[in-house]
Design a protein around this ligand. Sequence first.
Ligand SMILES: *Cc1c(COP(=O)(O)O)cnc(C)c1O
Length: 356
Amino acid sequence: MKIKIELTQNLKPKTALEKNELPFGQVFTDYMFMMDYSRDEGWHNAKITPYAPISLDPATSCLHYGQMFFEGMKAYKQVDGKIAMFRPMENMHRMNLSAGRMSMPEINSDEVLDALAQLVELEKDWIPTTPESSLYIRPFMFGTDPFLGVRTSNTYKLVIILSPVGPYYGKDGLAPVRIFVEPEYVRAVKGGTGFAKCAGNYAGTMLSQLNAQGLGFNQVLWLDGIHRKYIEEVGAMNVFFLIDGNLVTPELTGSILPGITRKSVIEICKDWGMRVEERPISIDELANAYDGGKLVEAFGSGTAAVVSPIGELTWNDKVIKLANDKPGELTQKIYDEITGIQYGLRPDTRGWIKNI
Ligand SMILES: *Cc1c(COP(=O)(O)O)cnc(C)c1O
């Protein structure tokens, strides 16, 4: 794929980067990648241009009917100065999973990953070097037909933007969070779009998130939409429980986002000789395991935080207390292993790192 590169002399000051003041998703780099799709031409017009607003017709279809999805991944500056991405091909495959569900065009995974690597290489000075910092990569696709009828768009844009981010956790390390088990709203249902990283999935969760925050919680735990009893995810993360020495996580049945961190946690724990169960797990089972002293740890998993320890789960009147101010032993061990591989502090025995 031929990528046109339009350079600028007008580079942004890197003040926030130098001062290490990088709240998530607020600072963007100098350039972005963009590519167009039409039914006749396929993907074309691939270019790297200065980061700038995109002008859209008010009738642009995605603004009305939501044909949009995104990805979230990171580039790391490793201890020896090399630039690394963590299992990036998995994100390319997931883009096509999302595209398929939203009846949007597939990408060529190799070409888009190559374009992404070129953009990161061009912007490598924007990758923070302070520990546990990274360059967040946000690819996204949306339908662009200026047409108000309900049908799939014939034209699309794929855009990739980059945002340097500081450490997710403060100097005290992995901070356990308080979770509200959502009794009323659901995130997704089987047959719906839960497994796709589409924009609409998130819009529907914000009301719950606000309610939970108003009650003093950090996040929401989602139950399934049919029985309202099987655990699905926590916020926008996958969820794991350490019960009786075994790691248990909800199986992927269509309503759960297939996280790459989730997949990595499962593979690592199996390598460590642990038993990992992907199966339905009800909130009653969890409460019973807690009462029986068998529920030892719980954590969420996702690219942004890697793992996020759950300190407390509140389900109606039931309060499950797991961690006070420190993460569980396994949660910390998984965090150290995954970040160790990402930053080149531990050997990448599974071939997960792509250096650029
Ligand atoms: C992105 C996301 C995850 C985590 O996926 P990773 O690939 O591990 O970052 C989990 N749940 C939801 C709803 C998500 O959007």
